[in-house]
Design a protein around this ligand. Structure first.
Ligand SMILES: [Zn+2]
Length: 131
């Protein structure tokens, strides 16, 4: 029997007793159960997001001032060197011609090696996402 079913059975028994104090306590139990269910759903979503970051962590390579997603022999990117380490989002950058890329999320412009914009030396060494 699930916890939800157990509360329902207890509720039916309490209603049969017609006891106001027990009804009030059952209402509190139901409210707390709903809060726990909400928190559980939120934590499940957070866990999925962290699992995805952990999966991507092993596939991100820092090269030419940006991150590249390399998986199963395919290279995708470039991804923002600001968004990936700081918030764990592999944000695909927009190509701005031969000089560099711009991030559509944080608007950071990153110059290709040898061109303007922020260069590799402008960043700390590649960091792991903050969790
Ligand atoms: Zn960004």
């Amino acid at each position: 029997m699930s916890w939800y079913d157990a509360i329902k059975v207890a509720g039916d028994a309490i209603e049969a007793l017609r006891n106001a104090e027990l009804n009030g306590l059952l209402a509190n139990v139901r409210m707390e159960g709903a809060k726990l269910a909400e928190e559980n759903a939120r934590l499940r979503e957070e866990l999925l997001a962290l699992k995805e970051i952990a999966r991507l962590r092993g596939t991100m390579v820092f090269r030419d001032n940006v991150y590249w997603h390399v998986e199963e022999g395919k290279t995708q990117g470039p991804c923002c060197p600001n968004c990936w380490p700081s918030v764990g989002k592999a944000v695909r950058m927009v190509d701005r011609g031969r000089h560099g890329w711009i991030c559509p999320v944080c608007d950071r412009y990153i110059g290709r090696p040898g061109h303007g914009g922020q260069q590799e030396d402008d960043f700390d060494s590649p960091r792991e996402p903050i969790s």
